[in-house]
Design a protein around this ligand. Structure first.
Ligand SMILES: C[S@@+](CC[C@H](N)C(=O)[O-])C[C@H]1O[C@@H](n2cnc3c(N)ncnc32)[C@H](O)[C@@H]1O
Length: 207
């Protein structure tokens, strides 16, 4: 965890400046996510980065708890939310494992571009299931490292050794769906958003 914090703290200023790679796909994800939201919803985002997506969604729900392991990411996120005049996002440092959160307390959990960065994606998915109210949704967007071109599987470890890449777990789309369904979710929306990533809305059944 410490190394993730160190890596992402260092990456934060550059990450904040980098533009969204594919605006059309990003907007489509925002819009699909909002089609599930209700105005009185309580939302958790883990790995919120510099807060861009939480800021986009804030007006559509009651409040968002946006969390991240990197204090520098959160510093930038807080500033951006303040500048945008957003008052219903609370930012908190921590990971899913360390945050002290009550079970069944969120209507939606967002995990965007994060599951593949975790050492224990399976544990994180189980925690998300516990934190969601019955009927709640888990919105995730995940790089499918196991399905990337062969040379990435060679390049990534080299970059990691040089400190230019974080830990990544080799998830596949099928593997991720299995982790979600094994944790008790049903898959409500599954979209191969890009060649190497999948956008999934998974629901926690009402009973
Ligand atoms: C690729 S960025 C994605 C940020 C944002 N969700 C987005 O889509 O732009 C990954 C973020 O996850 C955070 N992160 C990495 N490991 C984490 C962990 N174990 N728990 C919570 N956040 C983590 C990093 O600090 C970073 O802000």
């Amino acid at each position: 965890m410490k190394s993730a914090k160190v890596f992402w703290d260092k990456a934060a200023p550059r990450y904040a400046k980098s533009p969204v790679k594919d605006e059309e796909t990003y907007q489509k994800k925002l819009s699909i996510t909002r089609s599930y939201f209700q105005r009185d919803w309580s939302v958790l985002e883990f790995g919120c980065g510099t807060g861009s997506t939480a800021i986009q969604h804030a007006a559509h729900v009651d409040h968002i708890l946006a969390t991240d392991v990197s204090p520098r990411m959160l510093e930038i996120a807080e500033r951006k939310a303040r500048e945008a005049g957003i008052g219903n996002i609370r930012f908190q440092e921590g990971s899913l494992e360390t945050l002290d959160l009550a079970p069944s307390s969120f209507d939606a959990v967002l995990g965007l571009n994060i599951l593949h960065l975790l050492e224990d994606a399976e544990g994180a998915i189980h925690r998300v299931h516990t934190l969601l109210k019955p009927g709640g949704v888990f919105v995730s967007s995940t790089a499918l490292v196991a399905e990337m071109a062969f040379y990435w599987r060679w390049v990534i470890p080299v970059m990691q050794r040089l400190g230019f890449a974080p830990h990544v777990s080799p998830l596949s789309q099928k593997g991720l769906v299995t982790l979600l369904t094994n944790a008790g979710f049903y898959i409500d929306h599954e979209w191969r958003a890009t060649r190497e990533s999948v956008f999934i809305i998974a629901g926690k059944p009402l009973i």
